[in-house]
Each structure stands twice: as structure tokens, then as C-alpha cells.
Design a protein around this ligand. Structure first.
Ligand SMILES: CC[C@H](C(=O)O)C(=O)SCCNC(=O)CCNC(=O)[C@H](O)C(C)(C)COP(=O)(O)OP(=O)(O)OC[C@H]1O[C@@H](n2cnc3c(N)ncnc32)[C@H](O)[C@@H]1OP(=O)(O)O
Length: 262
């Protein structure tokens, strides 16, 4: 129910239950967890893309399946799902929700847990939970409050209204709008700008990003750690290019330019 593919260092996870608009059942969460863990250490995967098959990105939790669970089972299920979304939010590699179509309910929670959200003009988004008499059950409101101002996030959550991707872009919820035609091709080209970079540097920037909003560190401590990270890659401690290799590459390029000028 989750299809996977690695395309040029980009791991693509496709929610594949299009007959129910990719409603997430428990089996899909298990698969999502499995692949996120598998790709965490995979040197070939530098960026993760989450997308959906068919006309929707995701219609949220599978209401059919969830309605058959007892209150205790639902509590256990939601606990496991919120842990998976948190792991996605804290993932060491960049994560991208490629909204190929409608995202509602838990579908918006899933997208909000990612680093980036890309969409096309026909996409609709809605934190519709309140219209079912419930609230976000997987941590999605907290991710939304990190992305939008308090009042804009509250407006979306309290109204349960669906908005277009263009409106969501204006709010800052969507980072980029691509044409509907060949949407995934545009997404992959956008992601390739990150995926072509050295993995060590990608991982270190993600660490710096995670730390940026961690209140346990002062700004001065965060900056010290940022500089230490740079020195690690500079010295080649992570298996990246060493100081001399960085210099060599710089001077080789410089020399090539000079030769080219003659
Ligand atoms: C569970 C908690 C969780 C959380 O956030 O914590 C949530 O996600 S709550 C929110 C749950 N999601 C919804 O309320 C969305 C429900 N679906 C829709 O609004 C629409 O289906 C939509 C907009 C996605 C597509 O509308 P459209 O008219 O194009 O299609 P249909 O409504 O006819 O749907 C076709 C088919 O899919 C089944 N379906 C859709 N969504 C779900 C779902 N979330 N769970 C289970 N099944 C779903 C729908 O019942 C139809 O089935 P069929 O047997 O063909 O009648």
C-alpha cells in the first residue's frame, strides 16, 4: 500500500490506496515506519518525498478501519502514529510532501510534519477534523503552529475549511506551486537541487535546523555547535573531503579558469 522508488538519491514514498483517496490505515503506517527507518542510514537516499497515487494526496485516517477499533485500540493506534509523524518531523534528511491532490484531515497533519510542502494549483487542503467533532490526533496542530502564525493556524483548525493551494501558498503553508502537468517531474527536479549535495553537509544542516528552535540551547551555544559541525566536514572527519581536498578542488577550478582564459 506504500510504493517506493529511489530516483537519483531521492527516496519516493507513494501512498497507494487511490480508491479511498489514500486514506491511511494502520498497515500503511507500519510500512511508512519501516521505510523511514530503512532509508535513515541509506547513503543512496538523501531526500525523502511523500506523495499519493491518483487524484488525492491523502484523505486522512481510514475512518472505516478506525471506526471498528475500541477506544483503547484507537488510543494505542494514535500513539504509534504520532510517534511516526514525530520521527518524520525530526528526520535527519530533508522531507518533502508532494501534494499531488487533495489533502484533508490526517493528510494535512502528515504534510505539516515534513520540512517542505509542494503542490499544484488544483490542490485543496483542509484540517477538517473539527467538522467530525474531533481534533487533530497525530500532532498536526503543533506542526501547523510552527509553520503559521497562531491566528492563521487557529483559523484553519477552528473553521475546518478547505483552502486552495494558492491560498495556502500565500499563508506560507505551501512552499512552491508547480504546474499540474508532470507535477512529480517538477518536484523531483526541485529536490535534486538538494539531492546533488554531499550527504554529510545535508545531515549537518538538518541538525542545525532541528536545534534552531530548541529552547535548551542559547543562541551562542547553537552557533558554537554550528561552527563545530562545519569544522567536522572541513577536516574530513565524516568521510567528506578533507581541508586539503576542499582547497585542491578550489584551486583546480581556479587554474582551469585561468587556462580557459588563455
Ligand atoms: C482519523 C483521525 C484523523 C486525524 O487527523 O487525527 C483524521 O484524519 S480525521 C479526517 C478524516 N478524513 C475525512 O474526513 C475526509 C473524508 N473524505 C472526504 O472528505 C472525501 O472523500 C474526499 C474529499 C477525500 C474526496 O471526495 P470525493 O467526492 O472525490 O470522493 P468520495 O467521498 O466519494 O470518496 C470515494 C471513496 O473513498 C472513501 N474515503 C474517502 N476518505 C476516506 C477516509 N478518510 N477513510 C475511509 N474511506 C474514505 C469514501 O468513503 C468512498 O468510498 P466508497 O466505498 O466508494 O463510497
Amino acid at each position: 500500500m506504500i510504493k517506493t522508488e529511489i530516483i537519483g538519491n531521492i527516496g519516493v514514498l507513494t501512498l497507494a490506496r487511490p480508491w479511498v483517496h489514500n486514506a491511511l490505515n494502520f498497515q500503511m503506517f507500519k510500512e511508512l515506519k519501516y521505510y523511514l527507518e530503512k532509508w535513515r542510514e541509506d547513503q543512496d537516499v538523501k531526500v525523502i518525498v511523500l506523495t499519493g497515487e491518483g487524484e488525492s494526496f491523502c484523505s486522512g485516517g481510514d475512518l472505516e478501519e478506525f471506526s471498528q477499533l475500541s477506544k483503547e485500540e484507537i488510543a494505542d493506534c494514535f500513539k504509534q502514529i504520532k510517534d511516526i509523524l514525530l520521527a518524520l518531523h525530526q528526520y535527519p534528511k530533508p522531507t518533502v510532501a508532494a501534494l499531488n491532490g487533495t489533502a484533508v484531515g490526517g493528510g494535512c497533519e502528515l504534510a505539516s510534519a515534513c520540512d517542505f510542502r509542494l503542490a499544484h494549483p488544483a490542490v485543496q487542503l483542509g484540517f477538517v477534523q473539527i467538522r467530525l467533532g474531533i481534533t487533530t490526533g497525530w500532532g498536526g496542530a503543533n506542526y501547523l503552529f510552527k509553520l503559521l502564525s497562531r491566528q492563521k493556524a487557529l483559523e484553519l483548525l477552528l473553521s475546518g475549511e478547505r483552502i486552495s493551494s494558492i491560498e495556502a501558498y500565500k499563508l506560507g503553508l505551501i512552499d512552491k506551486i508547480f504546474p499540474t502537468e508532470d507535477f512529480l517531474r517538477h518536484v523531483l527536479a526541485w529536490c535534486r537541487r538538494f539531492a546533488c549535495q554531499p550527504l554529510d553537509a545535508i545531515l549537518l544542516y538538518k541538525q542545525t535546523a532541528q536545534q534552531a528552535d530548541d529552547p535548551r540551547f542559547t543562541l551562542s551555544q547553537k552557533i558554537t555547535l554550528e561552527v563545530e559541525r562545519c569544522l567536522k566536514v572541513w577536516g574530513g572527519q565524516l568521510g567528506g573531503p578533507s581541508l586539503s581536498a576542499v582547497n585542491a578542488s578550489f584551486f583546480t577550478k581556479k587554474q582551469e579558469k585561468v587556462v580557459g582564459r588563455v
